[in-house]
Write a protein that binds this ligand. Structure first.
Ligand code: FES
Length: 100
């Protein structure tokens, strides 16, 4: 876990280690973590907001505010606070269609 994460896990809990990537950077989390938790344990934010000059890092943590959207490798939007992290997920803070 990177010491630069926004979140700090205060207590270890059981659960398999999950490997995933965020914007192509390898990261780890625990089974049962939400996508938002998994990302913010490894990074300080979800990247730039579309609505303010500030970076976003979720807000409500309960599916109401829309501040935690990320994209999967197929370009589908995933709500970070209500989606569980899965092994080998490739997540992106901004969707950029593949060149081709
Ligand atoms: S943090 Fe508000 S909807 Fe996810």
């Amino acid at each position: 876990m990177s010491p630069r994460g926004q979140f700090v896990r205060l207590a270890e809990r059981p659960g398999a280690e999950i490997h995933f990537t965020i914007d192509g950077t390898p990261a780890t989390a625990r089974a049962g973590d939400t996508v938002l938790t998994a990302i913010l344990l490894n990074r300080p934010s979800l990247g730039a907001s579309d609505f303010t000059p500030h970076d976003r890092a979720g807000f409500c943590l309960m599916g109401a505010c829309q501040a935690c959207w990320v994209h999967d490798a197929e370009g589908r939007r995933r709500r970070g606070c209500s989606t569980l992290i899965e092994p080998d997920m490739a997540l992106f803070t901004k969707w950029m269609p593949p060149h081709g």
